[in-house]
Design a protein around this ligand. Structure first.
Ligand code: HEM
Length: 467
């Protein structure tokens, strides 16, 4: 590191670097340990030198203030294996990504994301969810499969323009396939393949799970290709787009007429972008909601306060200011229930002359590890303790805290933040307004997590009785 002018870090092994010092199932915790030893910026070799930034002020100074320089994504073996190139919204590191990101944000807005349109869709799905939970009559329930249906349907509606019924299996099948693909997506072991692609032949001893990943990936692509073919046959280009797919196909047509295809408006890009939106926009929200209920039943006193607020006010996004405790509760869930154990890789797009005293060449891999800030004693007293009160001021008002950034920061921060916040808020509040939530058994389920590419609560069940 010293020779290369990089921040210090644990000594790497030849060929494999620090890969086996950062086990996938505790990568966030190990990064926090390294932070204690090396400070808010250090280098891990995974197996390429990767600069980890995990201090709040350092993240602000670099990832936000120098956002353009830190907005690249490296080419990875896994993306090549899955989609044969640099497509989609996550990993595209060429001059398309800005145009594609802008287009997606624009079409989402025109479809009502962050506004009444999406709020109505969620409200209607939420009332279906309430009916489903009613049918259980206070018996033990696992929320996850129910949430797959309602959360999956929101993204489905925005992409395809319609929702699926409870007895249709498409969304669940998609969810299973995506989770298979995501299983080892960001694992340091998988990153070894970026340097040594032949390691793919050692799939079994290294437990890389490549056959399962490719099987699920092929099924997803095939499904999306079929959906696209069907959609194309029924589209009316003269109407306002009612879905992402419509909007994209229309844009393709306009650009073809103008001979302006350089921003990547191709069918291949459409398929991979949809794939990304589904992968990013489903399990993440489900996990946050599951964390919310897990903390709720572990802290019954919080439920009383939330009920009191919800009894007095309507559950609409604009009324959040009247629900300070509920907002504080959810912010505390976002703090401790962060979904990505390690943030997605970025890389510098240009030379960075001064990154906390170090010079980073263009193309240096970077991890913006905002999760470390969430549990940093310097910022939060007793950080492991769940305590929504930390976000209420002396007047009992909710204080939004920038140090909680579950959607990351800078130019490649989450594109679906508005949609995600809306879903989490509306589903959570609707379920709280209608039911009282209890532990399933004498004791609350422990707050245990399973960590792979995503970090989620272990399976747990609860009971709900009508209020
Ligand atoms: C609670 C739910 C969610 C969480 C916690 C979450 C979190 C994140 C994080 C941490 C990143 C990485 C940013 C970085 O590289 O620094 C990200 C990127 C992204 N997210 Fe989300 N996300 C959520 C929901 C969604 C939804 C609903 C969508 C879309 C429908 C979405 C679409 C994306 C996309 C496309 C990117 C890549 C952006 C880019 O590379 O330019 N996410 N998200």
């Amino acid at each position: 590191n010293r020779l290369r002018g990089l921040p210090p870090g644990p000594t790497p092994w030849p060929f494999i670097g620090n890969t086996f010092q950062v086990p996938e199932d505790r990568i966030d915790l190990v990064i926090n340990e390294f932070k204690k030893k090396y400070g808010g910026i250090f280098t891990l070799w995974l197996p390429f030198p990767t600069v980890v930034i995990c201090d709040y002020d350092m993240l602000k100074r670099n990832i936000v203030k120098n956002g353009e320089a830190f907005s690249g994504r490296p080419d990875t073996f896994i993306m090549d294996m899955l989609v044969q190139g640099n497509y989609g919204l996550f990993f595209m590191e060429n001059n398309w990504w800005k145009a594609q990101r802008r287009f997606t944000t624009h079409i989402f807005r025109s479809l009502g994301v962050g506004q009444a349109g999406t709020q109505d869709t969620i409200a209607s799905l939420a009332s279906g969810l309430v009916e489903k939970i009613d049918e259980e009559k206070g018996d033990s329930i696992e929320l996850r499969p129910l949430l797959v249906h309602v959360v999956g349907n929101v993204i489905h509606k925005h992409i395809f323009g319609f929702t699926r019924e409870w007895d249709e299996t498409e969304i669940h099948d998609f969810h299973v396939a995506i989770n298979d693909v995501l299983e080892h997506f960001t694992s340091p072991k998988t990153q070894l393949l970026d340097a040594w692609p032949w390691l793919a032949y050692l799939d079994k001893p290294l437990a890389l799970g490549i056959p399962r990943t490719t099987r699920a990936n092929d099924a997803i692509i095939q499904n999306l290709e079929q959906a696209l073919a069907k959609h194309k046959s029924g589209i009316n280009y003269d109407e306002e787009p009612s879905s992402y797919m419509d909007g994209f196909l229309k844009e393709m047509k306009i650009r073809a007429a103008e001979n302006a295809l350089e921003d990547g408006f191709t069918e291949k890009q459409l398929i991979v972008a949809i794939y990304d939106l589904y992968s990013a926009g489903m399990e993440t929200i489900i996990i946050v909601l599951r964390f919310a209920f897990l903390y709720l039943v572990n802290h019954p006193e919080t439920q009383k306060k939330i009920h009191e607020e919800l009894d007095r006010h309507r559950v609409v996004m604009d009324d959040q200011k009247h629900l300070p405790y509920t907002c504080a509760f959810l912010q505390e869930v976002y703090r401790l229930g962060y979904v990505l154990p390690v943030n997605f890789l970025r890389c510098t797009l240009s030379d960075v002359e001064d990154c906390e005293g170090y010079r980073l060449n263009a193309g240096t891999r970077v991890i913006a590890q905002f999760q470390s800030v969430h549990v940093d004693k310097k910022h939060f007293a007793d950080p492991e303790h769940f305590n929504p009160d930390r976000f209420l001021n002396s007047k009992g008002e909710y204080v939004r805290d920038d140090r909680i950034s579950p959607f990351s920061m800078g130019k490649r921060s989450c594109l679906g933040e508005n949609l995600a916040r809306m879903e989490v808020f509306l589903y959570f509040c609707t379920l709280l307004q209608n039911f009282e939530w209890h532990t399933d058994g004498p004791r609350a389920p422990p707050i245990d997590v399973i960590t792979s590419s995503l970090r989620a609560p272990k399976r747990f069940t609860v009971r709900a009785t009508r209020r």
